[in-house]
Ligand binder design. Structure first.
Ligand SMILES: [Zn+2]
Length: 71
């Protein structure tokens, strides 16, 4: 698949960083922002989280849960 097309499909078919690190957290769509999603727990948008656990809020329930799993 040509890369440009592949990128477009990722953009249109899924949350923006599907192939990044850690995207298993529950997400919710931002009201009125078709392509913006945020973590259901800490309300940080996915583009700020960027697929990285450490970008969730320090007290994010999902982050704490994952860190407990990793330990
Ligand atoms: Zn979070």
């Amino acid at each position: 698949m040509p890369k440009a097309k592949h990128d477009a499909e990722i953009f249109y078919n899924s949350s923006p960083y599907k192939d990044a690190f850690d995207i298993e957290y529950p997400q919710e769509n931002l009201e009125g922002e078709m392509y913006k999603y945020r973590c259901k727990f800490c309300k940080i948008v996915t583009t700020d989280i960027n697929g990285r656990l450490e970008n969730h809020a320090p007290d994010c329930e999902y982050r704490l849960r994952r860190m407990n799993q990793a330990a």
